[in-house]
Design a protein around this ligand. Structure first.
Ligand SMILES: [Zn+2]
Length: 101
């Protein structure tokens, strides 16, 4: 299976266990996916960058995060049909179906 590494630590494979967060890219919010270990730190870095850059920090809505995750896992599955990714995608779709906002 193709490995998709966490862009932050460049160590963990996040193909089937990704966590949506954001980075500020020239003042523009860009979604990224990191590993479980990096998630809190990445979100904190984004928050600090937002405040430093005078961009209002808004926590990522759960549903938006789930939608991004769904797209991420779908893209991984399109590259390589892997059982773990399929299970991760099913879990996200299950949560999207029941979390009412
Ligand atoms: Zn990481």
């Amino acid at each position: 299976m193709r490995i998709f590494r966490c862009p932050r630590c460049r160590a963990e494979d996040i193909s089937a266990d990704a966590h949506p967060t954001r980075v500020l890219d020239n003042g523009v919010e860009r979604p990224v996916f990191v590993c479980r270990n990096c998630y809190r730190a990445a979100e904190l870095e984004f928050r600090i960058a937002s405040q430093t850059g005078d961009v209002g920090y808004v926590p990522l809505a759960i549903r938006d995060g789930l939608r991004q995750l769904r797209d991420f896992y779908r893209a991984r599955l399109a590259e390589d049909d892997d059982e773990r990714v399929r299970a991760a995608l099913a879990e996200v779709e299950r949560r999207l179906a029941i979390d009412v906002v």
